[in-house]
Design a protein around this ligand. Structure first.
Ligand code: AMP
Length: 304
């Protein structure tokens, strides 16, 4: 049973592992449960849905805001990744978060840091093909956060479906004592999955970006009609994506929902995932076979 907060205490921010541990220790001494929501900041309603889920089911919620350098490849957008900590804090406070962990990179990675958590198999497909060190960076930072906060629950979005599957496997393989909660994708009114990186899109690109959710919805309707051949499903989705001249498809694939390996014949629980570049921006979207169809307003774009 979730305990009510006695005081209307404002949200605290800490920048060091020691301060974070101290706060966690105090809460645990009171017998309080803790939810952890890791983020890279520049927060939007997608992130907020994780906070809401945590606040609802845990006594205290910790959000981390940290652009994790070791999950970015050499030619990726670490330097330009959007940041706005002040506005992040407003959103976190409004959603009832109790503590924000906002470390400097040096607090997380000493100069001689050289220990990584690397996951095999699941990290080799989908995004792992073009981002070979990405999931190693994710697993390493999440391990550090789990070791520090030792939360009861940790919250991730299904938008990053491969990441969610990887964290589930890592938690199982390494016996972390935490429940992993996946939260549904939050979308803009026109269907585009909310993402901090959407801010990179100019108005034309923003309009073109609608093609991802259009392809998702097409794929869902084909699967709902009973199609089970990955080849046929993907051919239709690729054709839909190709109808948008600005879309440069990195991949569209059907994989087993747990091990992320391609399947020829798909079934409920399998994952249909894509990465598509619009202009210079890499966007991802997905659906799990059997999930209710996504909803959005036809012809609507925030850029219109
Ligand atoms: P990020 O800040 O991009 O690393 O995302 C932090 C967490 O928020 C991850 O677990 C994401 O999957 C989740 N997230 C980001 N965008 C969305 C969205 N549109 N819907 C649901 N969850 C999201």
């Amino acid at each position: 049973m979730k305990k009510e907060k006695e005081d209307e205490k404002t949200m605290n921010t800490v920048n060091t592992i020691n301060e974070l541990r101290e706060q966690v220790r105090a809460w645990k001494a009171e017998g309080l449960t803790i939810g952890l929501c890791p983020t890279m900041g520049y927060l939007h309603e997608g992130h907020a849905s994780l906070m809401d889920a945590s606040v609802k089911s845990c006594d205290r919620t910790v959000a981390s805001v940290f652009v994790n350098p070791i999950q970015f490849g050499p030619n990726e957008d670490l330097a330009t990744y959007p940041r706005d900590f002040e506005s992040d804090c407003k959103l976190l406070e409004a959603h009832g978060v109790d503590l924000v962990f906002h470390p400097e990179p040096a607090e997380m990675y000493a100069d001689d840091f050289c220990t990584f958590v690397d996951i095999d198999v699941l990290s080799k497909t989908l995004c792992g093909k073009t981002r070979p060190i990405h999931f190693r960076g994710v697993c390493t930072v999440i391990t550090k956060l789990l070791n520090t906060v030792t939360p009861d629950k940790i919250f991730f979005g299904q938008k990053d479906a491969q990441q969610l599957a990887i964290i589930r496997r890592m938690v199982r393989d390494l016996n972390f004592n935490v429940e992993v909660i996946g939260c549904p994708i939050v979308r803009e009114a026109d269907g585009l999955a909310k993402s901090s990186r959407n801010t990179y899109l100019n108005p034309d690109e923003r309009r073109a970006a609608r093609i991802l959710s259009r392809a998702v919805r097409l794929g869902q309707s084909i699967a709902d009609e009973g199609e089970r051949s990955s080849e046929k499903l993907l051919a239709a989705m690729r054709e839909r994506l190709a109808s948008e001249p600005m879309a440069d498809v990195e991949y569209v694939e059907v994989v087993n929902g747990e091990n992320m390996q391609p399947v020829d014949t798909f079934r409920e629980g399998d994952l249909v995932a894509m990465a598509v570049r619009i202009g210079g921006t890499r966007l991802i979207d997905n659906f799990t076979v059997g999930q209710p169809p996504i909803e959005f307003q036809e012809g609507q774009s925030n850029a219109d």
